[in-house]
Design a protein. Structure first.
Length: 469
């Protein structure tokens, strides 16, 4: 019997309630048309870029390895189409930079024979060969990364450091970002595969408790998964109040198991939780049970002025322009196109940018929706402080970033900012808080990394000297 929790809960600190605008929630997912060419960036994950193992002229199939992991924190990349590699070059990505990418011209749709394309639901109980180690190996080999946007290689999260002991897996089915409905559609359309994916994740980290947190604005998904979860005694569906940014790892841990994750470098597993997105649970199912590499994903293409917004199953490397065309094309006038939703998404400078492992949405805002009001002086109202889910002082962090006072910004814990934008959303003076804090956080993180590298080099040199004696 499943353990259905009737009472809702949420995280304690801060949070806001932006308009939901989930205009695509009841639109069933359809497969996006194959593009003429895919462009697959080598950095689709946190960590080292993948290293190409193909070159111009090579023929590939859907699911062929085209780039291997470039280090311990990295992930391999697989072709999402069949065709011919035409070049390894650079391409614009959603971060606004040109980065190395593999270009493939599409020819037909021929899949690697090793991928099981059947619809048959594989159950964990039918696969005694799946040890924890084997699950992690298959997840790693198939290039699975966090699908909620963070893109951290999943296999690493499934092998926590010896100092931390996992006690549960928490699945993020919250989708609190306005407009986006890709995870909701996935839960409605593939609940069985998601539940087996949760079991696999639980087995991988040797825990017997699994939770799926879903906000109460998705009653159909809660009801469906609660019904399906009756077959799983150790997976509990947890309805959560609607509050942004509940999908943040630390906020989700607080909302679901009421434990507080300390400041960085602490991570959820330090309080026992391994957190994964619902899309990751599905990708894990496909990787482990179907030997299917991560080369396609659910993407919401949305915006109030789009003629026909929708949810799509999209091959990685498909350009945003093609998805927008499938929704009736760009509305007239100036538009702002975001990779992601309006709170955390990044504005792209060209619709040539392509879908990658972390693209959950392409959001088109008209200039009227997107236009920011002119920033006024801070009136010290403290609303940004009340809204911050990390307990930070956003007005101060933004000011320190503008002043380039990196030492003080670090002392004020700028690395803890999760870039949720709640502060900026709530500011009555329309201060560009997130923009400034994001810039400052990037610089401070760089300083911290350099300091750590210098300390490690000094320790290594001292050790080498000691060994010589
Ligand atoms: S963007 Fe950072 S500072 Fe602003 S509310 Fe979110 S966590 Fe706090
Ligand atoms: S919400 Fe805006 S005006 Fe109020 S304290 Fe923060 S930065 Fe200042």
């Amino acid at each position: 019997m499943s353990l259905f929790c009737k009472n809702t809960s949420t995280f304690k600190k801060g949070g806001v309630h932006p308009d939901e605008n989930k205009i695509t929630s009841e639109i069933a997912t359809r497969a996006a048309a194959l593009p003429k060419q895919v462009v697959l960036p080598l950095s689709q994950h946190i960590g080292a870029p993948a290293k190409p193992v193909v070159q111009k002229g090579d023929k590939v199939k859907v699911g062929t390895l085209i780039a291997e992991a470039g280090g311990f924190v990295s992930a391999p990349i697989f072709s999402s189409v069949s065709g011919t590699v035409v070049k390894v070059d650079t391409a614009w990505d959603a971060s606004g930079y040109k980065r190395p990418a593999i270009y493939i011209d599409v020819e037909g749709d021929v899949w690697e024979d090793s991928i099981d394309r059947s619809e048959k639901l594989e159950k964990l109980s039918d696969h005694p060969e799946l040890t924890s180690e084997e699950i992690v190996n298959r997840v790693r080999a198939n290039g699975v990364v966090g699908m909620g946007g963070a893109c951290f290689p999943t296999s690493i999260k499934l092998t926590p450091p010896p100092t931390a002991k996992a006690t549960c897996v928490i699945i993020n089915g919250v989708e609190c970002e306005p407009y986006i409905t890709a995870d909701y559609r996935l839960m409605m359309e593939h609940p069985d595969e998601i539940l087996v994916g949760v079991e696999l994740l639980m087995k991988a980290v040797n825990v017997n408790e699994g939770y799926i947190g879903i906000e109460t604005n998705k009653p159909k998904a809660i009801a469906l998964l609660e019904n399906k979860a009756k077959a799983y005694s150790n997976i509990k569906i947890v309805p959560l109040d609607c509050k942004y940014p509940q999908g943040g790892e630390k906020q989700l841990v607080d909302a679901v198991i009421h434990r507080e994750v300390p400041a960085p470098p602490a991570i959820p597993v330090n309080v026992g939780a391994v957190v994964q997105n619902v899309g990751t649970a599905y990708a894990v199912y496909q990787a482990v049970m179907k030997n299917k590499p991560l080369f396609e994903r659910y993407v919401t293409v949305t915006g109030k002025q789009l003629h026909a917004p929708g949810n799509f199953l999209v091959r990685m490397g498909t350009p945003f322009s093609q998805l927008i065309e499938a929704c009736g094309g760009l509305p007239e006038g100036d538009n702002k196109i975001l990779a992601g939703g309006p709170m955390m998404g990044k504005a792209v400078t060209t619709t040539d940018v392509t879908v990658v492992k972390g693209t959950n949405s392409v959001t088109v805002l008209t200039n009227t929706d997107a236009k920011r009001k002119e920033a006024q002086n801070c009136i010290r109202c403290g609303k940004c402080v009340s809204a911050c889910p990390m307990g930070l002082e956003p007005y101060l962090l933004a000011q320190l970033s503008s002043l380039k006072d990196w030492e003080r910004a670090e002392k004020e814990d700028i690395p803890s900012c999760i870039e949720c934008g709640s502060c900026q959303f709530t500011c009555p003076a329309h201060r560009p808080l997130l923009d400034n804090i994001r810039m400052g956080k990037g610089t401070v993180m760089g300083i911290i990394r350099e300091r750590a590298a210098a300390a490690k080099a000094a320790a290594d040199a001292a050790k080498a000297k000691e060994e010589k004696k």
